[in-house]
Design a protein around this ligand. Structure first.
Ligand code: CA
Length: 227
């Protein structure tokens, strides 16, 4: 089954897309904002991403850049922005196609089929979901981390945290978001969990855990991954 990830904050449009895509036997996941979209892209491995540019939490172009840090999944922008600057910015960031709202559902579906077909014609490219740093590399599909030629063993919780951070390279991920995603709690007083697990991850991955280069703390706010 071809899986489509819809990243769009307009609930009516999401509903229309889900109905039309499911009627044509696509598997559909929907995300109402960029952070959730990046998370689902890592967790659900869509075959194609439909992406709105005007999202409540971040600009769609930043979502494209974040995705292109680790995946070549086809990205089709669906946007009300008609300016050629906007299109150039999205395509330069790594989008594969750009459809202007309002669009006809038939045209969108035809372009979607074309985008999926193009990837099916590509030779299998191993490592399309890899994150590389100078000190370690991560295979998001195999859920493997390699450092100095050796596999690094991570607990499921450590992996979950790392996956969230590395699929949004360069972005601040708030403590609250991490607590909700990983532990399902929304209390700030649980931030000691985060400190403990981040310290473990740094011990396993950073060359100098007390001066981390990749798993960066933003004091009082959260954490950021730098490749
Ligand atoms: Ca929007």
């Amino acid at each position: 089954m071809t899986r489509v990830l819809v990243v769009e904050d307009d609930p009516q449009l999401v509903r229309a897309l889900v109905i039309n895509l499911q009627a044509r036997r696509y598997g559909v996941d929907a995300a109402p904002d960029g952070t959730t979209g990046l998370r689902l892209a890592a967790a659900r491995r869509p075959d194609v991403v439909l992406l709105d540019l005007g999202l409540p939490d971040m600009d769609g172009v930043a979502v494209i850049r974040a995705l292109r840090g680790w995946t070549r999944v086809p990205i089709m922008v669906i946007s009300a922005r008609q300016g050629s600057d906007e299109k150039v910015a999205a395509l330069d960031a790594g989008a594969d196609d750009y459809v202007t709202k309002p669009f006809s559902m038939d045209e969108l579906l035809a372009r979607l089929r074309a985008a999926v077909r193009r990837t099916e014609e590509l030779p299998l490219t191993p490592g399309t979901a890899r994150v590389e740093t100078a000190d370690f590399s991560i295979d998001l599909l195999a859920k493997k981390v390699v450092r100095d030629g050796h596999d690094v063993r991570l607990t499921p919780t450590e992996w979950h945290l790392l996956e969230i951070l590395v699929t949004s390279p360069g972005r601040l991920i708030t403590q609250l978001h991490l607590l909700q995603e990983v532990w399902g709690v929304s209390q700030h007083d649980k931030t000691n969990y985060l400190r403990v697990y981040m310290a473990q991850l740094r011990r396993k991955l950073e060359k100098d855990p007390s001066h981390p280069r990749h798993l960066i703390t933003e004091p009082g706010m959260g954490y950021r991954f730098e490749a």
